[in-house]
Design a protein around this ligand. Structure first.
Ligand SMILES: [Zn+2]
Ligand SMILES: [Zn+2]
Length: 164
């Protein structure tokens, strides 16, 4: 039982923290902010893209050359366990075939991934609320997290593929 609830909580949002800045949420969770951790948190917070671990490491090293891989990977794990960042598959379209991370979104959203160029867009469809209502009211769940990914070709790649 213990293992199971841990496994589940490992993947659960802390929705109270959603919408706060990641640094703020870290402080509220009592995470000691070393300079290296702060750099990682800032990168996650300010990136306009969804970052994977190797990219995060590369970017962190540009700011703090001494930062090591273990620190970056441990920090990611820690933030996930605290429910402060979400781990995404994004169809494993990144160059490293791994997961991507983003701070808890204020509002849950789905991701559209271009299967050619790897571009990722966030989207909150109007029907999202309806879907949540159905899960909560009709099925009786309390939603703690939601993850939807749609793969396809973006307008630019479609044009290129059709040879126009
Ligand atoms: Zn594309
Ligand atoms: Zn996103």
């Amino acid at each position: 039982m213990e293992t199971r609830s841990q496994a589940v909580s490992d993947r659960t949002y802390d929705r109270k923290m959603a919408g706060k800045s990641l640094s703020e949420a870290c402080r509220e969770k009592g995470l000691r902010m070393t300079r290296q951790r702060q750099v990682i948190v800032d990168l996650l917070e300010n990136s306009r893209e969804h970052l994977d671990a190797p990219t995060l490491l590369r970017e962190a090293r540009r700011r703090v050359p001494a930062i090591d891989k273990t620190t970056v990977y441990r920090t990611i794990k820690r933030l996930r366990k605290l429910g402060l960042i979400d781990e995404l598959d994004l169809l494993h379209m990144g160059e490293h075939d791994g997961h991507f991370y983003e701070p808890l979104p204020e509002k849950m959203h789905l991701h559209i991934v271009c299967m050619q160029c790897g571009k990722v867009e966030d989207m909150q469809p109007e029907t999202w609320a309806e879907m949540e209502r159905e899960v909560e009211t009709k099925r009786g769940y309390s939603i703690e997290m939601a993850r939807v990914e749609i793969g396809g070709y973006c307008p630019e790649c479609r044009r290129a593929r059709s040879g126009a």
